[in-house]
Design a protein around this ligand. Structure first.
Ligand code: SAM
Length: 327
């Protein structure tokens, strides 16, 4: 049972308006971390002035982006328009990345509509300066069952590079013990184990990740009110494979702040933005909570629980529309 639940904030304009007074950023503003490490901007990913304002000529070594790709979020926007929109933020990303850097993009594929927008997005990327490097699939355990189709459990993650960035392969090992000793090789006509191939006792993640748990309400890192939270474990894997400690990374669709939190945990700097002041506030509060209480999320509570408890108006709204009781 969630004690202090919060419904999806992005789908409820009234709730969003009720939470706005508790948000410290207005559109166009940037919050700078008191320790001078991270930045959170209430900015637009397709506005290059916004992006330049955030970066002030600094460049990142890694970008991890998770655009809103479901068409409900886009108010039924045409696919072509969506791809053009993506083209613009991809270009903005290119400009804030170092000459040798990595770009990861979480993307969905609608199996009822020819897997869009995945093929169109990949086609668009082929016309940019980025080169493709890997097409990762993460097992998304929250998949919905159906009697008429394979259960949908995949989450796509595209990996592109600019120039020739470093890839830190050690980071790519899972905590899954290796059952087989190694690959077979033939020595003087005899098939033998080849344990020298890798000294690790654990298997590599490869481009199919089956060891990352999708977020759900019983996990500490859960952020109620967010709808598209990516697991910290997956982002840490990306960060450790494609950046070093102290380096600057970025995410221009922050939402729950998962990239910034992962950066903080792994001693990277993170400049992140969200167009929505509520998600900027959640990102900032999540960092503050991590620093003060060592917690990565809210599990059974939510980022605005204290304010909601004090507000009769929000409490009665949540009760009336969602039958949620706050005491
Ligand atoms: C799919 S969510 C990202 C989830 C995130 N990776 C996480 O783990 O929490 C997309 C986010 O992009 C934000 N967004 C939508 N359009 C944007 C834009 N033009 N510029 C910046 N952020 C935008 C939305 O408000 C939403 O919070």
């Amino acid at each position: 049972m969630i004690k202090q639940p919060l419904p999806r904030i992005d789908q409820d304009e009234t709730l969003q308006k009720l939470l706005l007074p508790f948000c410290r950023l207005k559109k166009g503003e940037i919050w700078e971390d008191a320790l001078g490490i991270h930045k959170v901007g209430c900015l637009d990913a397709v506005n290059n002035k916004d992006i330049n304002k955030l970066f002030e000529r600094k460049k990142a070594v890694l970008a991890i982006h998770d655009p809103p790709y479901n068409f409900v979020a886009f108010k039924e926007r045409e696919l072509k328009e969506f791809i053009n929109w993506c083209k613009t933020w991809v270009k903005n990303s290119y400009n804030i990345l170092k000459p040798n850097s990595s770009l990861y993009i979480w993307l969905g594929a609608d199996q009822k509509f020819h897997f869009q927008p995945l093929p169109q997005f990949i086609q668009m990327m082929s016309e940019t300066e980025f080169n493709s490097r890997s097409f990762i699939t993460m097992r998304n355990q929250r998949g919905y069952g159906t009697q008429k189709n394979w259960m949908s459990v995949r989450q796509e993650l595209l990996y592109y590079i600019k120039g020739n960035p470093k890839f830190y392969v050690e980071a790519e090992y899972t905590d899954i013990p290796k059952v087989l000793k190694g690959y077979y090789k033939t020595v003087k006509g005899e098939k033998t184990d080849n344990p020298g191939r890798s000294k690790s006792k654990f298997i590599r993640a490869g481009n199919v990740w089956v060891d990352v748990q999708q977020i759900f309400y019983r996990m500490e890192e859960n952020v109620n009110g967010c709808y598209a939270q990516k697991p910290i474990k997956s982002i840490i894997r990306i960060i450790e494979a494609s950046s070093k400690q102290g380096e600057l990374i970025t995410d221009i669709f922050s939402h729950s702040g998962a990239t910034l939190i992962s950066a903080e945990l792994k001693n990277r700097k993170c400049y992140t933005i969200d167009i929505d002041p509520v998600f900027c506030e959640i990102t900032i509060r999540r960092l503050e909570r991590l620093r003060k209480q060592g917690k990565t999320g809210w599990q059974n509570s939510n980022p605005f629980a204290d304010e909601i408890k004090k507000s009769r108006k929000i409490k009665s709204y949540l009760k009336q529309y969602y039958n949620l009781i706050y005491d």
